[in-house]
Ligand binder design. Structure first.
Ligand code: 2AM
Length: 182
């Protein structure tokens, strides 16, 4: 995490994430249209839909190689992530797509990243991992809760270290490095 005296431009806001293929992103974007019809809010743009594995926050640029090294140590696995549940969180008014059955390779990846991040001195999330793909922010009224039918089968083949860059159009996400399963 950047210390308060780290000038903003010398830090990058970064996180590890799964980025969907085109078809999965399209399915999720369609789902967000349905959710938006029911509870308004702000839809994630199709190109920004993702699943965060580990959010790190502001990191001084000179420490980015350490984060790359964390990713380099992972042996990326291919797996299917079945998104079968849509729900909302009242505390932050997010509507998200998730799963009732987190695949073991996903849990393993997150645990590995968190352990390696902690070892390298980066801040790690203490809360239990709750895999979710944010669809809407600032949703209003009653939030959805139910099955995604048919479910969306996301064929995960890679993970990425992403930088979140703020612009007047909202956050832009830039991949810093992607690790692909062989
Ligand atoms: P969210 O979709 O639930 O808001 C980039 O900001 C990504 O990191 C988002 O997917 C966001 O999850 C996630 N994230 C996790 N912890 C965060 C935090 N403390 N601040 C901002 N984003 C966070």
């Amino acid at each position: 995490m950047a210390s308060p005296d780290t000038p903003r431009e010398s830090a990058a806001r970064v996180f590890f994430a799964l980025w969907p293929d085109e078809a999965t992103a399209r399915s999720l974007f369609r789902l967000s249209a349905e959710a938006h019809a029911a509870c308004k809010g702000r839809r994630m743009r199709r190109d920004t839909i993702h699943l965060t594995l580990a959010f790190i926050g502001d990191v001084a640029h000179e420490r980015l190689p350490q984060l790359m090294a964390v990713g380099d140590r992972v042996v990326p696995a291919a797996f299917t992530l079945r998104l079968d549940r849509i729900a909302g969180w009242r505390h932050n008014r997010i509507v998200w797509a998730g799963t009732d059955s987190t695949p073991e390779p996903l849990t393993g990846l997150v645990e590995y990243l968190n352990a390696a991040l902690a070892e390298a001195g980066f801040p790690v999330e203490q809360r239990k991992f709750a895999p979710h793909v944010t669809l809407l922010r600032k949703a209003e009224g009653e939030l959805p809760r139910g099955e995604i039918a048919p479910p969306i089968d996301w064929q995960v083949r890679s993970f990425s270290l992403m930088e979140s860059v703020r612009s007047h159009e909202g956050a832009q996400y830039v991949p810093l490095r992607t690790w692909i399963a062989t």
